[in-house]
Design a protein. Structure first.
Length: 114
């Protein structure tokens, strides 16, 4: 059973920073990412990293968030800087297998106060 375990969420004031971590229970997947879901909104893809370390970002976080991976530790990170109240959401780590987002973490709450 594959497990993705997130950590690093919390509450921070606007303009602050947080770093999320996602530890996978097996060797790293070809593609992993971070989603988020705010109350009353659909889950959205925030950032994605591939095995060659190329990355994609949602327009709303470009220039503020950085996704990275450490294959030796089976861990993916999301460094979040210049946080805004609209970044408040539950953040989920996810992994792709056979072309679909198959594995999900339990989620970690990020709250940004103004």
């Amino acid at each position: 059973q594959v497990q993705l375990v997130e950590s690093g969420g919390g509450e921070v004031q606007a303009g602050g920073s947080l770093r999320l971590s996602c530890a996978a229970s097996r060797s790293m997947f070809v593609s992993m990412g971070w989603y988020r879901q705010a109350p009353g909104k659909q889950r959205e893809l925030v950032a994605r990293v591939f095995s060659d370390r190329s990355t994609n970002y949602a327009d709303s976080v470009k220039g503020r968030f950085t996704i990275s991976r450490d294959n030796a530790k089976n861990t993916v990170y999301l460094q979040m800087n210049s946080l805004k109240p609209e970044d408040t959401a539950v953040y989920y780590c996810a992994a792709v297998e056979l072309g679909v987002w198959k594995y999900w973490g339990q989620g970690t709450q990020v709250t940004v106060s103004s």
